[in-house]
Write a protein that binds this ligand. Structure first.
Ligand SMILES: [Zn+2]
Length: 61
């Protein structure tokens, strides 16, 4: 019996607007960090078509 590997990785919040694949979260650039002071953003990249962009995330406190 093959054991199913449970994927307990962080759930993907967004999919690529171009090819609908799951986006990978990547490190923010310096500019992103500056913007991040005002608006909380995260940078995402698509491993399928190399689309890259930022999304605003809402911290739920
Ligand atoms: Zn894509």
């Amino acid at each position: 019996m093959a054991q199913a590997k449970p994927q307990i990785r962080e759930k993907v919040e967004y999919t690529c607007p171009k090819c609908k694949r799951d986006l990978e979260r990547i490190n923010r650039t310096t500019i992103d960090k500056i913007i991040g002071v005002i608006v909380p953003i995260r940078r995402y990249k698509c491993m399928g078509c190399f689309w890259e962009g930022v999304k605003i995330y809402h911290s739920e406190n």
